[in-house]
Design a protein around this ligand. Structure first.
Ligand code: 8DG
Ligand code: MN
Ligand code: MN
Length: 377
């Protein structure tokens, strides 16, 4: 039925994990519009927002995979995930050079304020709405009313270091943090590995934070490692703020024990982790202020070697790639997949499937391997 689009070598798959989504693609003018529509849907329309946001995200992912610039609407009118609404937006852009719906959003004050507030570390859309409805419009407003608004610790740091934390992190910064972490790990537990994951792992040149996955070839050598590492970094004066989550890793040999935390959010896992704000030395070229350091968001995640491949896959991302992978695994293969492992639920009791690298996970799921640089959906 979809043979009419085959000759463009676009794979019209049901799941994003079944095709390649490169970082650099040919349809930015459309995907940028979809990103605004997606945000608007999740910020403003809180009743149907999530499903509308997902529809725009899926359309955007499809266009990112499309191997050339779209110039005619009939090229893509039959693509799964590009629904009626999305087609209308693309048509507008093709015909007028812009989408009126997107223009309306961009000229809406509320959208910009919610965007500004959700850029504050620790502030989600519902808090942003609350602050907006109380009449606040700037980060200074939030700072001035910190007491009355009863800001939590994260939000206080978020406001305090707003500019630093919203300045993109580049690769040299990421490497600097990695070096620091490796140095400290060597002093605590030799032979640890510390890999940069997240967006940088997918080839992005900048990001909003630095994600580092830490492990050790010997399974039990990572026990208690995170607290020791964070204590050392704190003593060195590198930590501005830390939020630790330790000791909830409850994977047993055969089955995955679901705790409350695992059930609440699908992307959340129970690995020992520290969400931190760190002081990072500025490079010689950053001479725009007298400060010698800049505040950066850093995620440190610890995983035992038996779970490494799964944690790596999960934390390389993107979020949407993993969502689709997990959904595919469950719907098509009855396999439960997360950052700890995978379990075959076609068997009773479910049987754990082991893997030592990402390739083995794709193979077990009967999927073609997707390179990290092509997981940018
Ligand atoms: P960016 O920082 O460059 O903006 O993008 P990113 O690196 O892709 O996003 P991220 O928010 O830093 O998340 C990195 C990956 O980590 C993402 O694919 C989802 C994954 N991840 C998990 N578990 C958890 C979790 O508990 N919280 C968060 N925030 N991310 C998680 O596997
Ligand atoms: Mn990241
Ligand atoms: Mn992160």
């Amino acid at each position: 039925a979809r043979s009419d689009i085959d000759h463009f070598s676009y794979q019209d798959t049901k799941y994003e994990c079944q095709r390649r989504t490169p970082l650099n693609h040919h349809n930015k003018k459309f995907t940028e519009a979809f990103e605004i529509l997606e945000k608007h849907a999740s910020y403003i329309d809180r009743e149907h927002g999530e499903s509308r946001a997902l529809a725009f995200r899926k359309a955007s992912c499809a266009l990112k995979s499309y191997p050339r610039e779209i110039t005619r609407i009939d090229e893509i009118s039959k693509i799964t995930h590009v629904g009626e609404h999305s087609l209308r937006v693309i048509t507008d852009i093709l015909e007028n050079g812009y989408s009126e719906e997107v223009q309306d959003i961009i000229s809406c004050e509320m959208f910009h304020v919610i965007e500004l507030f959700t850029g504050i570390y620790g502030c989600g859309p519902s808090t942003a709405h609350k602050w907006y409805s109380l009449g606040h419009r700037t980060t200074q407003d939030i700072k001035d009313n910190a007491e009355i608004l009863n800001l939590n610790v994260q939000q206080k740091y978020g406001v305090e270091f707003y500019d630093d934390l919203n300045a993109p992190v580049d690769m040299p910064d990421a490497l600097r943090i990695q070096r620091l972490v490796v140095e400290q790990l060597d002093l605590i537990q030799p032979s640890c590995s510390a890999e940069i994951v997240g967006g940088f792992g997918r080839g992005k040149q900048c990001g909003h934070d630095i994600d580092i996955l830490i492990s050790h070839p010997e399974e039990d050598k990572v026990e208690g490692l995170l607290v020791k590492l964070v204590n050392r970094l704190t003593t060195l004066g590198c930590m501005l703020h830390t939020a630790l989550s330790v000791g909830k890793n409850v994977v047993r040999k055969e089955t995955f024990v679901k705790t409350k935390a695992t059930q609440t959010r699908s992307t959340m896992d129970n690995l020992d982790r520290c969400f931190a704000i760190m002081k990072v030395e500025k490079s010689a070229t950053d001479n725009d202020s007298c400060n010698s350091w800049i505040a950066r968001r850093v995620d440190l995640i610890i995983t035992p070697s038996s779970q490494y491949a799964f944690s790596l896959l999960g934390w390389i991302g993107s979020k949407q790639f993993n969502r689709s992978l997990r959904l595919y695994a469950w719907k098509e293969m009855k396999i439960h997949l997360n950052s700890h492992g995978m379990w075959d639920h076609k068997l009773t009791p479910p049987k754990r499937i082991l893997a030592t690298d990402e390739e083995e996970i794709f193979k077990a799921l009967h999927l073609d391997f997707v390179e990290r640089k092509d997981r940018n959906c």
